[in-house]
Design a protein around this ligand. Structure first.
Ligand code: G4P
Length: 529
């Protein structure tokens, strides 16, 4: 197969949802279709279970699983599918945001009873900003839930999407009879036994066909006819270009647990979802079919075994072929690196591969060279954009609790920050170090990992910070900027890249500071235009 065909047959995507909507179940059913796994229950959920174990033990367990599920690849009808795993837990939202820089499209899973939930809103907003094509899967139709039209309205309003149902449910919960598939013009009857893969698909090209009454009963058939008429009146026709530009979102209904409506989703997905897309670097737009290899690191995973401190850096290939044992330029370090055992992913297994193509993810063993956002090329100096840091929600001083282990502590902090576990700020005034995180859980993780992986001990001290704002001054030498720096000295810090950050102690003080220094801009993300 030629280079261009290899690119054209790849689909790299992420499944995003609020915890419990059914992401793991859907992933598993997709893998079953690809023949990548043999039985249900094979994909382990990486969600944080509430239970007897303490939080950080739970996180360690989750971390072990998430190495295995970081990338799940399988083949379906000649299409190579790469599913990138995204943690649903809100404390790990940054990981998910970063993974979204490496996907070419997403599937959003929504629970029919719960509707649009908080995490879904945040994640979809990021997808929308990046114009990532989205397909929505409404799950758990075997249970009572919201009316389909109400739910479609809710999705449009809360998520800011323009939806087009490509399938439509017949009843729900106890009365769930099946799905009419507008994409394929057929009827899928729910026997309640489709767990055993008995899914009856009946071609119905004309809904006025009286056989519909026999199949689902007269009243359900009439209702379906009315509803489909309404769908066709109210919603726009499916337009693939609009979908690819992120302006139109097809919706499917089903029940992942019952393996119902999943094949329909997959068949439509492989037909319409985009192959690897061009990616913007700071210097230029890079197309996947360029012959020279480029890629970027979107995730770093530390080894669970403290005796083997190597890490796995996940690289998304943007262009060209990635070959084993070939020197590539690590742009930030201006240094050539060769990789003798790059890992590719297949279902839940890793294997060493000689060649990978755009859209694929390779896992590279790393002894501390990489951090998230790094670019690799064949020699060209380009830097991929788009892995910003957002203001953390929690801030604490970190102190060394064992003076003999200062070196270990700083090395540990440094490496954990490169992995993207949290953000480090150093106060301008006195050099004290502040750890900022999205969720409170990360403090336990950091403490635990510093001790177990680096032999260092730390304590935390509370610090009252509302938000970290990256500062953009239109004139670095202006009097206003000098005054700002003098007056706010106590609140100024540097992030890991050395950028100036204002640690505002309240929303009010941030607002007052913005008013007082109008020539200075305060950004809640490290990347701004
Ligand atoms: P997540 O990864 O999005 O967090 O969700 P997950 O797939 O783990 O699903 C959450 C719960 O919802 C699971 O139940 C799962 O069995 C159930 N579920 C998923 N899809 C469907 C569906 O189509 N219909 C129904 N009725 N339930 C569904 P659980 O009790 O939390 O876990 P488990 O003990 O079944 O594993």
């Amino acid at each position: 197969m030629g280079f261009k065909e290899e690119i054209a047959r790849r689909r790299t995507f992420g499944i995003v949802s609020h915890p419990d909507a059914g992401k793991t179940t859907l992933t598993e059913k997709l893998l079953l279709f690809g023949g990548a796994i043999q039985e249900a229950g094979a994909v382990k959920s990486n969600k944080i279970k509430k239970g007897a174990t303490s939080d950080f033990m739970e996180i360690e367990r989750q971390r072990g699983i998430s190495v295995a599920t970081s990338v799940l690849a399988f083949e379906y009808n000649g299409i190579k599918i790469n599913i990138l795993d995204t943690p649903g837990h809100k404390d790990f939202a940054e990981d998910t945001f970063r993974t979204l820089t490496a996907v070419d499209s997403v599937i959003v899973v929504i629970d029919v009873a719960k509707g649009v939930e908080e995490q879904t809103e945040k994640l979809v907003e990021v997808c929308r900003m990046r114009h990532i094509p989205i397909i929505v899967f409404i799950n758990k139709l075997d249970r009572e839930g919201k009316d389909a039209f109400d739910l479609l309205d809710e999705i449009e309003q809360k998520l800011g999407l323009t939806v087009i149902p490509l399938s439509f449910p017949i009843g729900m919960g106890y009365d769930f009879k099946g799905i009419y598939n507008l994409w394929e013009n057929n009827l899928n009857l729910f026997t309640g036994d489709s767990r055993k893969d008995i899914e009856e698909t009946i071609e119905i090209t004309d809904l006025s066909d009286p056989s519909l009454n026999e199949l689902v009963g007269e009243s359900s058939a009439d209702q379906l006819r009315e509803e489909i008429e309404l769908v066709q009146e109210v919603y726009p026709a499916f337009d693939k270009t609009a979908y690819l530009e992120g302006e139109l979102q097809p919706v499917f209904f089903g029940s992942a647990l019952n393996n119902f409506g999943v094949r329909e989703l997959l068949d439509c997905f492989v037909t319409i979802a985009p192959p690897p897309r061009p990616k913007q670097s700071e210097e230029r737009l890079v197309k996947p079919d360029e012959r020279k290899f480029t890629g970027f690191v979107f995730k770093i995973h530390a080894n669970m075994d403290p005796n083997h401190r190597d890490r796995l850096a996940f690289v998304k290939i943007v262009s060209g072929e990635f070959k084993r044992n070939t020197p590539y330029l690590h742009v930030r370090h201006n240094k050539k690196l060769k990789f003798s055992s790059p890992n590719a992913f297949f279902a839940e297994k890793k294997q060493i591969v000689d060649v990978s193509f755009p859209g694929d993810i390779v896992g590279l063993h790393d002894t501390g060279n990489f951090k998230i956002g790094d670019t690799l090329t064949e020699g060209e100096i380009i830097n991929y954009k788009g892995i910003p840091s957002f203001s953390p929600e929690h801030f604490r001083y970190i102190n060394n609790a064992d003076p003999m282990k200062a070196k270990q502590l700083y090395k540990g902090i440094d490496q954990l920050m490169d992995e993207g576990v949290a953000q480090l700020f150093t106060l301008d005034m006195n050099g004290r170090k502040v750890i900022g995180t999205v969720g409170a859980l990360q403090y336990e993780v950091i403490q635990y990992r510093l001790e177990h992986e680096y032999g260092a001990k730390c304590t935390y001290e509370n610090l009252n910070v509302h938000k970290a704002c990256w500062i953009e001054a239109s004139e670095e030498n202006s009097e206003e900027f000098a005054e700002f720096k003098r007056v706010k000295q106590r609140y100024l810090a540097r992030d890991k890249q050395g950028h100036l950050v204002f640690l505002a102690d309240s929303a009010f003080s941030l607002q007052m500071t913005e008013q007082k220094y109008p020539s200075i801009k305060f950004h809640l993300s490290s990347e701004y235009d």
